[in-house]
Design a protein around this ligand. Sequence first.
Ligand code: HEC
Length: 162
Amino acid sequence: MKYPCLWTACATCAPIALGLLTLEAAEIDAAKLPPPAKKTVVYEKDIKPILTKACLDCHSEEAAMGDFRVDDRKAILDGGASGKAILPGQSDKSPIIHYVAHLIKKMEMPPLRQGDPLKPDQIALLRAWIDQGVKFKETDEPAKPAPKPAADTDKSTPKTKP
Ligand code: HEC
């Protein structure tokens, strides 16, 4: 064989690369999240106290770390420097939930040693709030879930003729 080293390298590296990919995917394991609370949440009563105590010091108009604010509906839905933190209707996929549940290293919120971690029942309330449309007032329209890829939603062109 002319290049035995190349083949050896491939055989050695491929499983490692695959292993790393698996590790990456396993890092966010939504099954580890507390399930959403089974009730209609009210922002003023259930959510505001959590965000005010645990997040507001670092995520307000005055101090928006990561360019993220929790005290305004538009701002919280817009997200921060790294994009959307909330996917309405999809709390299991929302980065904010991954952060508060400590599923992502170095992005624990509140940051480690800078505040008490949220309790499972608080995460459950936040999840229900996101799933119910991130309402600040009871009169708010529920925020829309992220649109699906065009292929899934395009019903205007029937795939087959009857
Ligand atoms: C002591 C300060 C502090 C507290 C308290 C805190 N955070 Fe953060 N937060 C930060 C810092 C600093 C960053 C930027 C981290 C980075 O990008 O590496 C950040 C980033 C974020 C981001 C990502 C923003 C982006 O788009 O980059 C989210 C979402 C977030 N925090 C949510 C929360 C929530 C929810 C709470 C309360 C449960 C909270 N944080 C409490 C300091 C704090």
